[in-house]
Design a protein around this ligand. Structure first.
Ligand SMILES: C[S@@+](CC[C@H](N)C(=O)[O-])C[C@H]1O[C@@H](n2cnc3c(N)ncnc32)[C@H](O)[C@@H]1O
Length: 550
């Protein structure tokens, strides 16, 4: 029997049959620890930047202008459509797919003047060109009877979506210069359905990297809104990792969508995958607190900004909380709220905060769209504003640990890094005596004036440095930034004692002296700052009436 060009990673196997119930699925054949890599996927069948990034993203490794590893981006001398960061990337891309695509782009530009294609059209065109060239991996996955699920009949039943897919596949055939026969059009339609079902569209808002990624082995992983694994993208590489311990025989499941969104929104986003999610979050309409309370990842928080494991098990919800349907209604109104571009974005924040009030009244801080509203306000403040610091502390202690229970989840790491950066700004203005200028909030001034903000910042960086390789990779920009900041702090005079205590805590969070230092010098002020957050938001965005009942 021929071996698949895309075998499952060691320690896993594919079970089940295509098209039968949940189709095939990836099972663990050995134990995996929390945060462990299940598989690294370095040779995807499709990896392309989205159309708006075609001139600013390397067409092969998907690094962007601004990335330290990218010194220059040079256009392909043939088509001039795509750019590369190195000769090695240009050669690898040429061998993988661009030798077929380059002449198509050149012809297209000379005939139509067009110098870009919508991403889905380009993706289908690439596959069609690979199939035409007899590429073995493309044939095994996308050819007639190829391995990937396409849900073609289900797509055909959804008239609105199907019309779009038909137009896009037709465009791929036309622009690709592929014989416009009925057979080729149908083949292109099957290809686009398979891409829609199996590709990941990823976006890193911080770096601006965005792309489409498809690896047929990774495509065997099914969805759950209570996933035990997640995928990180780093350029052309995808890494599948556990969110919690996985036992032999367990199904490995990721979430195709943001699983912390309310139920109706999740179901709407899953519509294109054509199944009814039967996970406990969907079936039993559980909110983030209820899911968190049962999570096997809770004990991992011993080393985190929310080390009170009992609090994670017993959520702070007031009364019966809000129903799934009520939360869906709030979220829909929140998404629909918009203001003309010319107006101050604070007006949008005010409208959205008002919509979030029932959630705040029920103390459901971690339930979307409340955390997103707070984050928007953090981004609204200027860098280093003490109010942004209070809000970020609230997000990192009262919201994110419930939403994402494992402390190495990239979004949680980013939240801790945000606190570190804000502290480096507030520590400077405190030391230079400008704090009262920058902020009029008496409570904030009082906490910051008496806190050892440098130790607080160092503790955040130690968390980031510890978790970043687990959440993303050794060459994640967040990790290098944290390491540089940590080196700077370690080189400061007169901080040997504090640094030694924080090192001891980072090595062993229960270390009596290191742990006590972390709790009194870092966690206490973090919680004090967090305790001011809702009052600050309400004063800024609300009607002045405090919602804080703590
Ligand atoms: C990326 S594929 C996953 C592998 C797929 N089961 C197969 O056999 O090729 C996505 C498709 O798998 C199926 N699927 C994934 N998660 C599912 C779930 N939780 N319940 C039912 N079907 C699911 C749906 O058909 C979905 O469109």
């Amino acid at each position: 029997m021929a071996t698949s060009p895309f075998p499952p990673p060691p320690g896993t196997r594919v079970d089940g049959s295509a098209g039968v119930r949940r189709g095939r699925r990836l099972l663990a054949t050995r134990q995996f620890g929390p945060g462990e890599v299940i598989g690294t996927f370095r040779n995807p069948l499709l990896a392309l930047p989205v159309e708006r990034g075609m001139r600013t993203t390397c067409n092969h490794c998907l690094r962007v202008a601004g990335d330290p590893a990218v010194t220059q981006l040079r256009a392909c001398t043939g088509c001039k459509f795509v750019v590369y960061c190195s000769v090695a990337c240009q050669r690898a891309s040429w061998a993988a797919v661009h030798k077929h695509e380059c002449k198509v782009f050149t012809r297209m530009a000379s005939r139509t003047g067009k110098d870009w294609l919508p991403t889905p059209v380009r993706a289908v065109m690439q596959v069609m060109l690979l199939l035409k060239a007899g590429n073995a991996a493309a044939t095994a996955s996308f050819g007639d009877g190829g391995s990937l699920e396409g849900n073609v009949d289900a797509f055909k039943r959804d008239a609105e979506v199907w019309n779009d897919l038909k137009l896009q596949s037709m465009a791929a055939v036309v622009y690709g210069g592929i014989l416009e026969s009925e057979e080729m059009l149908e083949r292109a339609e099957r290809v686009i359905c398979k891409i829609q079902t199996n590709a990941f569209n990823w976006l890193d808002a911080d770096t601006g990297r965005a792309g489409v990624f498809l690896d047929p082995a990774l495509a065997m992983v099914n969805h759950s809104c209570v996933p035990n694994a997640f995928i990180g993208f780093n350029g052309r590489t995808a890494t599948l990792r556990t969110q919690q311990g996985i036992e032999p025989g367990d199904e490995i499941e990721i979430s195709y969508i943001d699983y912390t969104l309310p139920r109706a929104t999740r179901q709407e986003e899953l519509r294109l995958y054509h199944f009814q999610c039967q996970c406990s979050r969907c079936k039993d309409e559980l909110n983030v607190y209820q899911i968190c309370a049962e999570s096997p990842a809770i004990p991992l928080n011993t080393f985190s900004l929310q080390p009170d494991l009992q609090k994670l098990r017993l959520p702070p919800i007031e009364g019966p909380g809000m129903s799934s349907a009520e939360i869906d209604t709030i979220y829909k109104a929140w998404k629909a709220a918009a203001i003309p571009e010319s107006q101050d974005p604070i007006q949008l924040a005010q409208a959205r905060w008002k919509l979030c009030k029932p959630l705040a009244d029920a103390k459901m801080w971690a339930v979307e769209p409340l955390p997103s509203t707070l984050l928007q306000l953090v981004n609204y403040y200027q860098d280093g504003h003490p109010k942004a610091l209070a809000l970020s502390c609230f997000l990192a202690t009262e919201c994110e640990p419930y939403k994402l229970v494992a402390p190495f989840m990239p979004w949680r790491i980013k939240g801790v890094m945000m606190i570190a950066k804000l502290l480096s700004g507030t520590a400077q203005i405190t030391a230079s005596g400008e704090l009262a200028h920058a902020c009029s909030h008496k409570g904030l001034i009082e906490i910051l004036s008496k806190s050892d903000q440098v130790s607080m910042c160092e503790a955040m960086l130690r968390l980031v440095v510890h978790y970043a390789p687990l959440g993303e990779s050794d060459d994640w920009e967040v990790l290098s930034e944290a390491t540089t900041m940590l080196d700077d702090i370690e080189s400061l005079e007169g901080r040997q004692n504090q640094s030694a205590l924080l090192r001891a805590w980072a090595k062993y969070p229960q270390d009596p002296e290191g742990g006590a230092f972390f709790h009194s010098v870092v966690l206490k002020p973090v919680n004090e700052l967090a305790a001011l957050a809702i009052e600050i938001v309400d004063a800024e965005l609300g009607n002045g009436k405090s919602l804080v009942r703590r």
